[in-house]
Write a new protein. Structure first.
Length: 101
């Protein structure tokens, strides 16, 4: 069964996370999206972020086999050890490619 790991990282971790994911042979690829994160907790925002009301992050979407979950989390945990990253995992009910004969 496949599942989707969604990982939210600060901008300064992007290259390290990309490098780590590219090194994992059980992954065929992943998506990376620039997002704006809003929170009621502004204490960690810098002045610019406090004025704008959000903080910029990257969102990684990583489809992976369920049996690789622990290895994937361990690999990413090492990269995120000094900058905690929020994540969640959801099951994939169906996937495929549209437009192919």
């Amino acid at each position: 069964m496949k599942q989707l790991l969604i990982l939210i990282t600060p901008h300064n971790l992007k290259d390290d996370v990309v490098d780590r994911l590219m090194s994992l042979e059980y992954l065929s690829g992943f998506s990376l999206i620039n997002i704006c994160g809003f929170s009621r907790e502004h204490s960690q925002y810098n002045l610019k972020e406090q004025v704008e009301g959000y903080r910029e992050f990257y969102k990684f979407e990583i489809m992976h086999p369920q049996e690789s979950q622990q290895a994937l989390l361990a690999a990413l945990s090492d990269v995120c050890r000094h900058n905690p990253c929020r994540y969640w995992i959801v099951p994939i009910v169906s996937n495929g490619v549209l437009g192919q004969n």
